[in-house]
Design a protein around this ligand. Structure first.
Ligand SMILES: C[S@@+](CC[C@H](N)C(=O)[O-])C[C@H]1O[C@@H](n2cnc3c(N)ncnc32)[C@H](O)[C@@H]1O
Length: 407
């Protein structure tokens, strides 16, 4: 089975329905307006709290995800992907929208650009593996006016690729906006893109267990190559391997907005000054010191998700008690703390002993996490999550290898 058939896209029933609808459009049997489609099949779509529609994913391992948060699909685009950006609209802006889906993130970017720019240009490169998912963007009611512009770009490309036939979108794409739609695996697209091109990369796949291939170190290395020095990558996830992957690929990281979830997402930039807020302290410690910080690897950018997940599981296993502290019972977050719970303390200290750390309050323990004493939520060029994570990693290595001598 090719990756494209295997990829995690929208639920099978909507997928089949939409493919069949456009088959009929192509054969000339169905010239009904696409608006009737939505009225007839509304129940297949998911209404979110702000009135915009979403769709469910395919069922994978008995799990279904919705493409957007139930708190509000189009609101999520503005909150998670537009607000954290620091666009200078006096200059031309280029955005890469990875996992473009039904196009809401692109539509939100267009709305923000049209509101704030005067005579600059906007280029958006949308990347989505599934034609049927993009086609959904033509069928749902536009949640904002600017979505009509996105629809026009999607329709043009679906016609070009002989998936749709009728030109029904009446909206003109403004002259200062250029939208390219790539319909393929985003891992193939990024390898074709030029160095130093994007002011922003929106990374919006399904969760890491469904789509680890879109959170790998090698994928992020491509981002590092194609992003501008002041560019920002935004993604909704707070996952440790994702954050660790950005750092290993040469990015600084910071906390992204909290919307429809308990934890903030992740921002990454080559320039630390573009990232205002640090990750929570315990997230930094766990990423730096425990095996949860082992990244997803996809060396040739073509493995399937199961292979990537298995590879990471094996690597975590090999790293535990060897180069990383065991993540069991969140062991590293107890470094340099007094513990009252005797049973938990015994488990934690058993894990620490295997890394040459005698106790949670030993000199070794304090030495490893000392940089957390200068932690502040606001971060800057020197005092930031990335520098602290790298420092703690280095110190753990020293202690494990016996190169640290307590004074
Ligand atoms: C969470 S949804 C994105 C929602 C979207 N940003 C929007 O505004 O509607 C994830 C999307 O990733 C797409 N996808 C899955 N694997 C992909 C791949 N390898 N390359 C590009 N897109 C992929 C799915 O088809 C799905 O539309």
């Amino acid at each position: 089975m090719t990756y494209e058939n295997d990829a995690r896209v929208i639920s099978d029933d909507v997928f089949d329905l939409i493919n069949q609808f456009f088959d009929e459009e192509r054969s000339g049997r169905n010239i009904e307006s696409r608006v009737n489609f939505f009225d007839t099949y509304k129940d297949y779509f998911v209404l979110t709290d702000d009135g915009s529609y979403s769709i469910n994913s395919k069922e994978i391992n008995h799990k279904v995800e919705t493409l957007h948060t139930s708190t509000g699909a189009i609101s999520e685009s503005f909150e998670k992907f537009i607000k954290p950006m620091k666009f200078d609209y006096s200059k031309d802006i280029a955005i890469l929208d990875i996992c473009a889906g039904i196009g809401y993130n692109t539509s939100a970017a267009i709305a923000d650009f049209m509101k704030n720019s005067s005579d600059s240009n906007l280029t958006i490169d949308m990347v989505e593996i599934s034609k049927a998912t993009l086609a959904c963007g033509l069928l749902v009611p536009s949640p904002i006016r600017e979505h009509d512009i996105t629809r026009k770009a999607i329709e043009d490309e679906l016609i070009r690729q002989d998936y749709a036939t009728l030109t029904l979108e009446k909206c003109e794409i403004p002259e200062n906006i250029d939208i390219n739609v790539f319909i393929e695996d985003a891992r193939q697209t990024v390898q074709k893109l030029d160095d130093n091109t994007y002011d922003a990369i929106f990374l919006d796949p399904f969760s890491q267990n469904m789509a680890p291939e879109l959170f790998s170190l090698e994928f992020f290395k491509e981002f590092r190559r194609i992003i501008k020095d002041d560019g920002i990558v935004a993604t909704y996830t707070s996952s440790a391997p994702v954050r660790a992957g950005f750092i290993e690929a040469g990015f600084y990281i910071g906390l992204g907005p909290i919307f429809g979830r308990k934890q903030g997402g992740t921002l990454a930039s080559p320039n630390p000054l573009m990232l205002d807020y640090a990750l929570p302290k315990n997230d930094e410690i766990r990423i730096a010191l425990s095996d949860v910080g082992i990244v997803f690897r996809d060396p040739e950018l073509n493995d399937n998700s199961d292979t990537i997940l298995e590879r990471r599981t094996e690597e975590r296993h090999a790293a535990r008690h060897n180069t990383k502290i065991s993540s069991a019972v969140k062991t590293p977050i107890f470094l340099a703390t007094e513990m009252d719970d005797e049973k938990l303390k015994r488990r934690v200290e058993r894990n620490l002993a295997k890394m040459n750390i005698p106790s949670t309050t030993s000199d070794e323990a304090k030495h490893i996490v000392v940089c957390e004493n200068s932690y502040t939520e606001k971060q800057d060029e020197k005092n930031n999550s990335t520098n602290r994570i790298l420092e703690m990693e280095k110190r753990l290595k020293e202690v494990k290898s016996g190169n640290y001598v307590a004074t």
